[in-house]
Every structure is written in structure tokens, then in C-alpha cells.
Design a protein around this ligand. Structure first.
Ligand SMILES: *Cc1c(COP(=O)(O)O)cnc(C)c1O
Length: 236
């Protein structure tokens, strides 16, 4: 594989973030760039890591586990599980993963809490919200969020840090924008409730095609794959 475009790709993404922040008076340092390395080999992560990228995201447990193992000697890397979560696979990642973005229901929260507890860890969790009203995109319904957060507040090995959402796959900014805005409004209204343990401050939203809209609507975590690693041969 050929990684020679990575410096250029990373520079391009950084410039997009800086321009988007300038357009809405935000500080680019408020944003974490998560390099979504799914379907790319460990060598690709290594090449991106050499350029200073420290956050990596994967959407499948069976890909995340060997990659976390490969980079076990590099404590500066933060690992993000961003894909649809099968409850019975949480046990394979609970000893190493730092963030799980894609938690839609109580059963998954309970399992993360249990497995994190066994590993003597606290795992950062984002609740995934169904913002696009497309059935194939999993997530908690906005109305169910308060109950879920209340239940999670009593789980000592979970720290709920915010919300995650995926907008509709479209080029139409006027469809995407209100979906991201809904996610921000949900976060703001939950921040006011004063949970004991949650530190609700993160909004994981924005991918290659919609990062500018996400930044304008308050994203704090951008999940970028294609713009950094190039077009994926196959998508899973
Ligand atoms: C693949 C993926 C991304 C990155 O998508 P790109 O369009 O390649 O930037 C972000 N979030 C999730 C959940 C993904 O599965």
C-alpha cells in the first residue's frame, strides 16, 4: 500500500476544520479529529500516527481488537469504537477501548459497565441518537434519552460524555443541518438536568462529506475516514 498522500490528506482535512471554525468563531482546538481507519491495515494507522494523529476509530469489534493489540505499546493512541455495537462482543474490547460512541440502549450500557468493571476501568460512552429517522441507522430515539441517562448515572464503570449521531447520506445541507442541530439541542437540554456522574460535553458528529456543517452546529468529535485514508475498496 502507498501512504504518500497521507500528509496532503491530513493537511487538507486540517484546513477544512480551520476554515469551518473561522466561519463560526470557534477554536479548532475544541475539536478532536478521529481518523476512521476501518478496512485499512495497521500499516495505514502507523503512517497516520507518524504524522501526529492520536485518535483512531473502528466500526467493527473484529477489526478493532487486533489493531489495539498491534499498538498496545503506544499509550498515546486513543481508540474509539464507532460502529453498531453487538452486546455479546463488548467483552472483547472492554480491556482497552477508550471511547464507545455507538451505544443505543440500556442492555449495552449494562454490559459495558460490567465488563469495564471486571477490567478495573471506566469507559467513556456516547449515546447514539437516531437523528436521521432512517430505520437502518441504529440509535436511541430522542424521547428515550432521559431514561437511558438516568439508568447510566448509577453505573460506576461508565462515564457518559455526550451524544453521537449520523446524518442522512445526502449532499443537501438543509437536510443535514437540522439533524445535527437536534443532537446539539438534546445535549443542551440534558446538560441542564444535572446528572451526578455524567460529564455531558461531547458531540460526535461530522464525517468526510458533512464536517463543515457539523462544526458549525457544535461538533466536538469529527469521525473522518475517506478524506484521510482515501476511498475504501469495500465498505462494510
Ligand atoms: C465509516 C464511518 C465514518 C467515516 O466516514 P467517511 O465518510 O469515510 O469519513 C464515520 N462514522 C462512522 C460511524 C462510520 O462507520
Amino acid at each position: 500500500m502507498n501512504f504518500e498522500h497521507y500528509p496532503e490528506n491530513l493537511n487538507e482535512v486540517s484546513q477544512r476544520i480551520i476554515r469551518a471554525c473561522a466561519g463560526c468563531n470557534r477554536n479548532p482546538e475544541e475539536l478532536k479529529l478521529i481518523a476512521v481507519s476501518k478496512t485499512n491495515p495497521s500499516e495505514a494507522i502507523h503512517a497516520m500516527r507518524k504524522l501526529g494523529v492520536l485518535h483512531f476509530g473502528e466500526n467493527k469489534v473484529q477489526e478493532l481488537v487486533p489493531k489495539m493489540e498491534t499498538f498496545a505499546g503506544d499509550p498515546d493512541i486513543t481508540w474509539h469504537m464507532i460502529g453498531t455495537l453487538q452486546t455479546n462482543k463488548i467483552k472483547y474490547i472492554a480491556d482497552r477501548v477508550h471511547w464507545i460512541h455507538s451505544v443505543p440502549k440500556r442492555k449495552a450500557l449494562k454490559e459495558i459497565n460490567k465488563r469495564a468493571g471486571e477490567a478495573g476501568r471506566v469507559i467513556n460512552v456516547l449515546i447514539q441518537i437516531n437523528i436521521s429517522e432512517e430505520n437502518q441507522k441504529s440509535g436511541c430515539e430522542p424521547d428515550d434519552l432521559p431514561d437511558l441517562l438516568k439508568a447510566a448515572d448509577a453505573m460506576p464503570n461508565i462515564s457518559v460524555r455526550g451524544l453521537m449521531g449520523m446524518a442522512s447520506f445526502t449532499d443537501d445541507a438543509e437536510i443535514i443541518r437540522p439533524q445535527f442541530r437536534l443532537l446539539r439541542q438534546l445535549l443542551e437540554s440534558e446538560q441542564k438536568r444535572g446528572y451526578q456522574n455524567h460529564k455531558l460535553e461531547e458531540l460526535s458528529m461530522g464525517m468526510t462529506n458533512d464536517l463543515e456543517i457539523a462544526v458549525a452546529e457544535g461538533s466536538t468529535m469529527l469521525r473522518i475516514g475517506t478524506a484521510l485514508f482515501g476511498k475504501r475498496d469495500y465498505d462494510v
